[in-house]
Design a protein around this ligand. Sequence first.
Ligand code: PEP
Ligand code: MG
Length: 312
Amino acid sequence: EVVPVMPAAPAPGATSDGHPVALLANIGGPGDVPSALRHGAEGVGLYRTELLFLDRGEAPSEEEQIAAYRQVLTAFPGRTVTVRVLDAGADKPLSFLPPPGREPNPALGRRGLRVLRAYPDVLAVQLRALARAAAGTSAVLRVMAPMVATAEDASWFAAACEEAGLTCAGVMIEVPAAALRAADIAAVAGFLSVGTNDLAQYAFAADREAGALAALQDPWQPALLDLVAMAAAAGVPCGVCGEAGADPALACVLAGLGVSSLSMTARALPWVRAALARHTLEQCRAAAAAARAARTPGEARAAARDRLPGLA
Ligand code: PEP
Ligand code: MG
């Protein structure tokens, strides 16, 4: 197979009949920006800011955060940059934000937004740093919260963002309850972004680090597609930023489910762009319906591919 050659300024992601699907990059910091640009990212769909906070005795200062955020924002003039606020806890414990006590099941404990609700000053500094970093740049800053479980979590986060002068607050859909009540969350959030890595973990009660449970982590699981469909139908723009979007066939299925942007590791972008460009929205919808009607991940993949004749 030959890697599709990227033109200097790639056309925005779209199906062959012109239905737009924004193709965005997942980044861990300014160091990932060159690769995102080289692979034709239209913007950033997931900036995992926790890398700034890991392996240190205290939170990074507001000034240090501003410097990092500004480097990313200035690299995407006029483009969307979606920053996820600190996603600590579970596999990413931080010594300066200790959990309330012994946590026998850290993945089910205080993590993501739950940590920030316990330490609201840490969130306030991060949001202020983001607002200050964006001032004077033309990037379209969006901020989103990880591990939201309820619409009340989403309202709390939106209020914190508003307090900092940030108007575009979104919510990651990583907990099955949040997918089930996506419409309630959409009433208080500007956008949704499905984190398929954690959503699969929690939907199937299967640790994402446990190799022996990989079959339950398969993003072609029809139950996972059902949850994505619920989020995509909630009434606000809904993206996918888990690794599922990096599979070209699955990317077409997600577009067919109504997802409006896909964010992934940058090197997958050309493949996904090419797969979308070879299929109509109707073909993507047919593939999505066939995948959801299947009973196993293997059958879902085969049924979708049957309806996506342009795939290699
Ligand atoms: C996810 O859970 O799918 C996600 C994008 O977030 P992370 O992989 O950083 O947990
Ligand atoms: Mg996650």
